[in-house]
Design a binder for this molecule. Structure first.
Ligand SMILES: *Cc1c(COP(=O)(O)O)cnc(C)c1O
Length: 360
């Protein structure tokens, strides 16, 4: 059966008219979740495709033709009490505004975006489309737990000349997701492609960056790896990040290193949260250059972080045929401890001591 992307019925669309942003909620056609589950494959696919069709948006524009668009990805986590909570959604809203400025678009009204995200999730939950907490998720520390994935993205006005967008839309859709990386040996390989160049768009969550990421990831997967890791454009010597996630390495004496933020690194919200948590655990966290040679010779553990990846411990990293194994997947590794704590906060099992969770 063809891939069925099942977008939730309620979506939100905001538009800039040159002065202000105005938003509206749109209810796409749906039945009840139980009725939809009872449809045959063909009817399910037809309905899913209908919900993923927005007939009034122009097809030819700067986003579809030139990759001029940015997006966010955040999750609402089912809680044991039946509610849903979002992880640091204010951060995603301000990064969306900063990405839009980076693409020379008028930035979204952050308060409007935040409100529409919460309300969209709430309306879809009220229709019964969002997942409920399942205690079985605790068995693998929520690594295969479900969540609501929310994807706000920009879409430009019609246009075919090479130009920036002056009157973009920000459309917010959501869908249910489970694990992004299927837990296994979690092996990564460096890519000889370049994701981001100095003075480029690496720091912006733009669609355009994902062309190289997609190619590198698909090549890594073809070679039997889970993820591709990019090195810097200027020297090819320093680790930058994964295809959609930031990178951390643990060295002897509890020294944790992650590449410093600059214009070729995406400022991950999970990355910044992990830095806070690791410092509270007494680790010495440094944001600086991270030479691949140092990681291959000395690192004890490595992991990648992101909304989709959560924390994903790496079992090994291979560079030019040279493979280094790590203890990241062992039961009491730092990677696993951080994973349990972060997922615990997100799924309501660990006290939210940083006030990172927002109720829907
Ligand atoms: C979104 C993204 C990340 C992770 O950011 P989070 O805010 O933690 O989800 C890392 N790298 C890239 C390239 C990304 O697009």
């Amino acid at each position: 059966m063809a891939f069925k992307l099942s977008i939730h019925p309620w979506v939100h669309s905001a538009r800039y008219n040159g002065e202000t942003w105005t938003g509206k909620y749109i209810e796409q056609r749906h039945l009840t979740p139980a009725e939809e589950a009872a449809l045959d494959d063909e009817a399910q696919l037809a309905l899913a495709n209908e919900r993923n069709t927005f007939p009034h948006f122009p097809l030819v524009n700067y986003t579809t033709q030139y990759g001029l668009g940015c997006f966010e990805g955040l999750k609402a986590y089912p809680q044991p009490d039946g509610s849903l909570k979002l992880f640091r959604p204010d951060r995603n809203c301000s990064r969306m505004a900063s990405s839009m400025k980076g693409l020379r678009m008028p930035p979204i009204d952050e308060q409007l975006l935040l409100k529409s995200i919460l309300e969209t999730v709430k309306r879809n939950a009220n229709l019964g489309f969002t997942p409920k907490y399942n205690t079985a998720w605790e068995n693998d520390f929520w690594q295969s737990a479900a969540a609501v994935y929310i994807r706000p993205f920009t879409y430009s006005e019609p246009g075919i000349g090479v130009n920036t967008s002056k009157n973009p839309w920000v459309i917010t859709v959501s869908t249910n997701v489970s694990a992004y990386f299927v837990p296994g040996k979690n092996e990564a390989v460096t890519s000889n492609r370049v994701r981001a160049t100095p003075n480029g768009t690496g720091w912006i969550k733009t669609a355009a960056n994902y062309v190289i990421s997609t190619l590198a990831k698909s090549e890594a997967v073809d070679e039997g790896y889970m993820e591709a890791i990019f090195l810097d454009a200027a020297t090819g010597k320093n680790i930058e990040e994964g295809t959609s996630c930031n990178f951390f390495a643990l060295f002897p004496e509890n020294k944790l290193i992650t590449p410093a933020l600059h214009d070729t690194i995406l400022p991950g919200i999970t990355r910044s949260s992990i830095i806070t948590m690791a410092r509270d655990k007494g680790l010495e966290v440094t944001e600086t250059d991270l030479p691949i040679s140092d990681v291959l010779e000395n690192a004890e553990e490595c992991f990648v972080t992101g909304t989709a990846a959560g924390i994903t411990p790496l079992g090994s990293l291979t560079h030019k045929g040279n493979k280094r194994e790590f203890s990241s997947l062992k039961e009491n590794s730092l990677s696993m401890n951080l994973l349990k704590e972060l997922k615990g906060i997100q799924y309501g099992a660990v006290e939210d001591r940083y006030s990172w969770m927002t109720a829907v």
